[in-house]
Design a protein around this ligand. Structure first.
Ligand code: GRF
Length: 203
């Protein structure tokens, strides 16, 4: 009898999981980028918030979802079971605020990336997320901000940098203006950087 082999078990497809707990605009762009691809697929969206906007995006796109609690995330390997079930090769953080536990980093060495809405190493670290970042950049009267895509390690925003892109800040720009400029960069670069990294993984 032919064994049951689903598409994501096939060795020729590389599978991505996205960890996100916000609106999910980056997750949306990533899903759109890979929607027609036979070689790379987003298989799972993981969130720590039951009401996160990203879960609606997953529903519309018919992507599996998995909710983590603090206890399950840090004290069990339940998430690993879900990732293994789907042969996940690569993990993308897109607005996921919890520190990634060592067991996950060890299971995915150099296979977890994050996007930070500023030019690291400035304006990073615990508590530096969302509008807090743009307010700090504004307060510091920076002439530029941008995005940083980096590997994830056991510390907030300290993994090695893969990619950065800058945008100019005008003296009249408010934190909301900076946020908009940075979001444009995120949406245009995150999917393509993910594509390059995942494409270069050995099968
Ligand atoms: C983005 O600004 C990203 O840089 C940060 O979290 C935010 C997520 O936004 N890591 P969204 O949920 O993708 O709209």
């Amino acid at each position: 009898m032919q064994p049951f082999v689903t598409e994501f078990m096939s060795k020729s497809v590389k599978n991505i999981a996205i960890l996100a707990s916000g609106a999910g605009s980056n997750a949306q762009k990533i899903l759109e980028h890979f929607s027609d691809r036979m070689d790379i697929a987003v298989r799972l969206i993981v969130s720590n918030k039951q009401d996160a906007g990203v879960l609606n995006i997953a529903k519309v796109a018919s992507i599996d979802t998995f909710i983590v609690t603090r206890d399950s995330f840090y004290a069990t390997t339940d998430l690993l079971v879900e990732l293994d079930k789907r042969n996940i090769d690569f993990i993308v953080l897109a607005g996921f605020l919890w520190l990634i536990p060592p067991y996950l980093i060890q299971h995915y060495p150099d296979r977890i990336i994050n996007i930070h809405p500023a030019l690291l190493p400035k304006f990073g670290g615990k508590g530096m997320y969302g509008h807090f970042v743009h307010e700090a950049v504004h307060l510091a009267k920076e002439t530029h901000s941008g995005i940083t895509i980096h590997y994830v390690n056991e510390k907030y925003d300290e993994g090695s940098i893969v990619f950065q892109e800058r945008c100019e800040i005008l003296p009249s720009d408010q934190p909301e203006d900076i946020a908009k400029k940075v979001q444009v960069l995120e949406h245009s670069h995150y999917p393509t950087v993910i594509d390059q990294l995942v494409s270069s993984l050995p099968l």
